[in-house]
Design a protein around this ligand. Structure first.
Ligand SMILES: [Zn+2]
Length: 101
């Protein structure tokens, strides 16, 4: 009886530990990701804990936009992808300016 009780405690503790590690990892990943509002195009970051419990659809999360207030599924985009996009757009603009001269 005691053995079963101890086993139960170990099971609960290990499940909890795995869960905590998962949340911690998720939060760390989320610090390098942001969301984009499909309506106004605003980009914003949300605390990992909040998105972890938010309703999801694939990688999209149900959030409300801080700019226009719309509540819908927002695309979860890695920051690198965005900086890469900005850099490319910047290079394109610079090229166009040089050609215009
Ligand atoms: Zn918006």
């Amino acid at each position: 009886m005691n053995g079963i009780g101890l086993f139960g405690i170990i099971t609960v503790c290990s499940t909890l530990a795995v869960f905590i590690v998962c949340i911690a990892l998720y939060c760390r990943i989320q610090t390098k990701r942001h969301f984009k509002c499909p309506r106004c195009g605003a980009r914003f970051k949300v605390a990992g804990m909040r998105t972890f419990f938010a309703s999801r659809q694939g990688t999209d999360r149900l959030l409300s936009c801080p700019q226009c207030g719309m509540s819908c599924y927002m695309e979860n985009i890695p920051d690198e992808e965005y900086t890469e996009e900005v850099r490319r757009a910047d290079g394109q603009r610079r090229r166009e300016e040089e050609e215009g001269k």
